[in-house]
Design a protein around this ligand. Structure first.
Ligand code: ADP
Ligand code: ASP
Ligand code: MG
Length: 412
């Protein structure tokens, strides 16, 4: 008998009708002799609605209370789902993160899972029940409710699969798997049948929200086979696996975009040792993550420092930097929130030259200006104006032949 952890996202459980359909699907697994642990998200739109209500009441919300609030969305779906299983004649039990004891640190709204107690889950499974667990939430050692950050139900599912040593973790969503780019903005996007953990980590970190990045990291560390597939069809989806399981790697396996960043420049900074740390230390002390950084030298021992931060940290970072700029004698701080980071990703890019220059050529052909560039072994990212997002994604998708079945493979 195999044990499968199945996670359903917000759109998959967006109405009572959809919840009943998910219950039917899970009962089919049961009929095939599998034990099933189900992890559910809140109904689509619910977490945003709760965030909106909090914003109406407190400008900078109390994070402990925010977690108390946000965790309610998942309580609704797991209880309704268990009722649906019971209504269909089988036994089920729904459990919140603190009932299972999904223990996390105390970083409210972005907590990390420290350990999971599997005892209660195993008892219910042995009693023949479908065990349904609230995604996205945990509990601190002191008993406070926490949440894991947006999209965190994926992480709950993979962490449970690892702790229970499940045979696989199925992530059910509103698309048929992981695509060469977001199928909702490029109709020519194609489903990828198999992808490595490393490529998926890059895609997720660069904006492909189909899997939350921490869930991919956990799946890689604990070797959990991940299957991303559609809630609404029976089709095989995408398997996320180790590299040696894939015979041939694509040169470029996907294109991503991330509209969640903002660009900041400190103009005319005196070019002296220690300047970078004077700029970035206060930012990191404030818990703000910096992504790309460029330093340009000007004449007269002056330099410009440009970098990107998450868009929701933009206002806070600008505020901080105005003080820093005055301290270090910089001329001004300027910023831009209407940017997007476009990236190409593929393990086949290792040992293959010319990929970045092809990308730059395509963008130039489309008349798109590159504001910042960064590269790693398996990705190239460019910052461009946000209004060019769709144009850039579609042009790169065609240029790297991702539109076609017969895409170029890595030369061994
Ligand atoms: P869920 O609510 O099921 O967790 P999400 O909205 O978090 O679903 O993730 C699924 C969405 O991810 C898709 O609807 C799609 O728009 C988006 N997406 C972005 N990039 C990709 C990609 N490369 N492949 C598939 N989906 C993608
Ligand atoms: N409900 C949470 C969110 O919308 C968690 C999730 O859906 O994975 O981010
Ligand atoms: Mg999601």
């Amino acid at each position: 008998m195999s044990l499968i952890v199945c996670k359903f996202g917000g759109t998959s459980v967006g109405s009572t009708e959809k919840i009943k359909n998910v219950a039917k699907r899970i009962l089919k697994y049961r009929d095939q002799g599998h034990q099933v642990v189900v992890v559910l998200s809140a109904m689509s739109g619910q977490t945003d609605k709760l965030l909106g209500m909090a914003a109406d009441i407190q400008e900078i919300p109390d994070l402990r209370e925010m977690d108390m609030l946000l965790s309610t969305g998942e309580q609704v779906t797991i209880s309704l789902f268990s009722m649906a299983v019971k209504a269909a004649g089988s036994d089920a039990v729904s459990l919140l993160g603190d009932q299972v004891c999904i223990q996390t640190d105390a970083m409210h709204t972005r907590a990390r899972i420290k350990k999971i107690d599997t005892e209660l889950i195993k008892q219910h499974l042995s009693a023949g029940k479908v065990v349904t667990i609230a995604g996205f939430q945990g509990v601190t050692q002191d008993g406070d409710i926490t949440t894991l950050g947006r999209g965190g139900s994926d992480t709950t599912a993979v962490a449970l699969a690892a702790a229970l040593k499940a045979d696989s973790c199925e992530i059910f969503t509103d698309v048929e798997g992981v695509y060469t780019t977001d199928p909702n903005i490029c109709t020519k996007a194609r489903k990828i049948n198999m992808i490595t953990y490393d490529e998926m980590l890059e895609l997720a970190s660069l904006g492909a929200k189909v899997l939350e990045i921490r869930s991919v990291g956990l799946a890689k560390r604990y070797r959990v086979p991940l299957h991303v597939r559609s809630t609404f069809t029976e089709n095989e989806g995408t398997w996320v696996v180790e590299e040696d399981k894939i015979m041939e790697s694509m040169l470029v396996s996907g294109i991503t975009y991330n509209k969640n960043e903002a660009r900041i420049t400190i103009n005319k900074v005196p070019d002296q040792p220690g300047i970078a740390s004077k700029i970035f230390l206060p930012i990191s002390d404030a818990g703000i993550l910096v992504d790309m950084i460029i330093q340009n030298t000007r004449e007269g021992h002056m330099t410009d420092m440009t970098f990107t931060v998450m868009r929701n940290d933009y206002a806070r970072t600008m505020e901080l930097l105005k003080k820093v700029a005055a301290d270090i004698g910089a001329e001004s701080v300027t910023g831009d929130e209407s940017i997007v980071k476009i990236s190409i990703v593929g393990v086949g890019m290792r040992n293959h030259s010319g990929i970045a220059s092809t990308m730059f050529q395509i963008m130039s052909n489309e008349g798109i200006n590159l504001m910042m560039i960064s590269t790693s072994e398996i990705k190239v990212s460019c910052i461009i104006e946000e209004k060019y997002t769709e144009l850039a994604v579609r042009a790169l998708h065609s240029a790297f032949a991702l539109d076609k079945d017969n895409v170029p493979k890595k030369e061994e």
